[in-house]
Design a protein around this ligand. Structure first.
Ligand SMILES: Cc1cc2nc3c(=O)[nH]c(=O)nc-3n(C[C@H](O)[C@H](O)[C@H](O)COP(=O)(O)O)c2cc1C
Length: 308
């Protein structure tokens, strides 16, 4: 493991509950962190900077009696169109967050201030070029977005991407895309990454902000029901066919990402290929317990194979 030892010691599984627009809020973050899984949420899920302040205080209060809880890792969309970037960054620093995950752009505009406040920065990247640029900008760790991920997705094959980055980078590495059970989690570790990133697997939890019909659609869908399009948010994203087919034909041009649209797009029903692993609505604690048992089984199976 290449994670800082004090952070790794607070994890019960090598896992981050990924940030999700319209899904991750204070209850989900507090529940995952209490269970030893890093909890993340996009700052823009709080409709205003004042509400972000309240959410950070609420999460802090919920975890105050759990000194060994996993870190809270707010997600900042660092795209130049994000008008709230500086104000949100100020709030994260004021609340003393220890880890921030950046997305949709280079972490360069926020790295220095976060490092100055003693905060680690993980950047999500979808190509080797993005990975290089994020490291040049000072990112401490990389989240590799790969094919089949929920939300804005990558298209790289996870085996090839993780191995290519590990050839040159020895720091904290996370793998995102298609991971919703303990077997996939162990497979990610076998590729040499430190942590798996799991989004879709947490949408249908009782603590998520997703409305009931969206959670039900996630439960009812399989990976054959996931459609990739750039025409809703401007960047390639995986969405549920059931939602996409109920909308007027999307009109956004590929490449025309606007942070404002993402912030107003909380009703989009997104999910990745791992939606096939979601069979019922339950608490985040139950999801994590299931992954923990599967992870143990997967390790035992691997031991048996290696002893043959
Ligand atoms: C509904 C939904 C919303 C998402 N919103 C964001 C977001 O606001 N910021 C971000 O960095 N990633 C976002 N993502 C991507 C996730 O953080 C993560 O990369 C992805 O869920 C991992 O793949 P998986 O869904 O197969 O587990 C979103 C994903 C989903 C499913």
């Amino acid at each position: 493991m290449t994670l800082p030892a004090d952070l790794a010691a607070r994890l019960s599984l090598p896992l981050i509950a990924a940030p999700m627009t319209g899904v991750s809020g204070p209850d989900l973050v507090a529940a995952t962190c209490r269970n030893g899984v890093i909890g993340s949420f996009p700052t823009h899920n709080a409709a205003t900077v004042e509400l972000l302040d309240e959410w950070l205080a609420q999460i802090g209060a919920a975890l105050s009696e759990h000194p060994d809880a996993a870190p809270v890792a707010p997600n900042l969309v660092v795209h130049r169109t994000n008008q709230r970037l500086t104000a949100d960054l100020d709030r994260l620093i004021a609340h003393g967050v220890e880890l921030v995950i950046t997305s949709v752009g280079s972490p360069e505009p926020v790295v220095d201030r976060l490092h100055g406040a003693g905060c680690l920065v993980f950047a999500d990247v979808a190509t080797l070029r993005h990975a290089e640029r994020a490291l040049e900008a000072g990112a401490d760790g990389l989240v590799l977005l790969t094919a089949g991920a929920g939300g804005q997705t990558g298209s790289a094959n996870p085996f090839a991407f993780a191995r290519a980055v590990r050839e040159h980078f020895t720091g904290p590495l996370m793998l995102a895309g298609g991971i919703s059970d303990g077997h996939a989690l162990l497979a990610a570790e076998a590729l040499g990454v430190d942590l798996a990133y799991m989004g879709t697997g947490f949408i249908a939890t009782t603590e998520s902000l997703a409305p009931e019909d969206y959670r039900a659609a996630v439960v009812a869908s399989s990976l054959d029901d996931v459609r990739q399009t750039a025409q809703v948010g401007g960047l390639p994203a995986n969405l549920l066919a059931q939602w996409l087919e109920s909308q007027l034909a999307p009109t956004v041009s590929a490449g025309d990402f606007q942070a404002e649209r993402l912030m107003n797009g909380r009703t989009v029903w997104s999910a990745g290929h791992s939606v096939s692993g979601v069979h019922y609505v339950c608490s985040a604690t139950e999801v994590i317990e299931r992954v923990r048992l599967q992870y143990r089984d997967a390790r035992n199976q691997l031991l048996e194979i290696s002893c043959r």
